[in-house]
Ligand binder design. Structure first.
Ligand code: BGC
Length: 269
């Protein structure tokens, strides 16, 4: 089988669980050497388990602990990866979390934590990746582009979300961060896009699917009538990272089973 990302180096942030783990496995299956980033010492064993699954399938990679909201941590992770593998071809800016609260009770810590990881983390990692892509330029043996960044956004870059103002604000920010970077660096042959997942079955949204009643209610928001799997996002990530999408710049790719189609209007309005 042709491997679309053969020998390209990909950093996936927040890859010890959920969508990030799924994306890391899909990129590895497509031939990439994958760096499985995880945030703290407590997530190391989960990251190692993802790496073990990858190597069992014949893939390659390493784990890297780094809190993406911390500048020095991010710079050290990129330096370590470049010293191990020579360069970076793909960044999947995936690390993200929720700290939900009714707005009137939301603490500044809840606000700062979510914005710090979901938006500042994407800024810091994108900046290091772009520095490396600019240094190396296009190497036609690797890819038609000098580098690719995939921001993990959400349907909530366009769907307002009561009780989750910090999260929705972070994803709205990711949208224009992504588009501004895509505009700034397309000239340099750097391709930058987002994936906007809908409801994907992972720990972040467990309460939305772990009882039959919750799942039934969730499905009223999903025209395609199934919850997403990390692999749905992994396949989109492989496409956006590969030369198959070489003419795709600054796009938000919604992978959401139709969640953004205003399903409430199907029989109403
Ligand atoms: C959130 C999930 C939610 C989904 C659809 C995602 O960005 O992290 O908790 O289920 O959007 O609302």
């Amino acid at each position: 089988m042709e491997k679309k990302l053969q020998d390209q180096v990909a950093i996936v942030t927040g890859a010890s669980s959920g969508i990030g783990a799924g994306v890391a496995k899909s990129l590895a299956a497509a031939g990439a050497t994958v760096v499985i980033n995880h945030p703290v010492a407590a997530t190391k064993s989960a990251a190692e388990a993802v790496l073990a699954e990858i190597t069992a399938e014949g893939g390659k990679g390493m784990t890297a602990q780094c809190d993406v909201s911390k500048e020095a941590d991010v710079q050290k992770m990129f330096a370590d990866v470049i010293s191990a593998y020579g360069t970076v071809d793909i960044l999947v800016n995936n690390a993200g979390l929720q700290k939900d609260s009714p707005f009137e009770n939301m603490t500044l810590d809840q606000w700062n934590f979510v914005l710090g990881v979901n938006l500042t983390g994407q800024f810091l990692c994108a900046r290091e990746a772009i520095r490396e892509f600019l240094r190396r330029g296009v190497d036609p043996k690797r890819s038609m582009a000098a580098g690719k960044i995939i921001h993990m956004s959400s349907v909530h870059e366009v769907i307002p979300w009561a009780g989750h103002a910090n999260y929705a604000a972070s994803k709205g920010g990711v949208m224009l961060l992504m588009k501004s970077l895509a505009q700034e660096f397309a000239w340099k042959k750097i391709r930058i896009n987002s994936i906007c997942p809908g409801a994907i079955q992972t720990p972040i949204n467990r309460q939305a699917w772990d009882t039959p009643e919750a799942l039934k209610s969730l499905l009223t928001l999903i025209p395609y009538q199934r919850i997403g799997e990390p692999e749905d996002i992994g396949k989109a990530a492989v496409w956006l990272a590969s030369d198959d999408s070489d003419y795709v710049n600054g796009t938000s790719l919604f992978v959401d089973g139709g969640m953004t189609l205003y399903p409430g209007f199907t029989t109403n309005g």
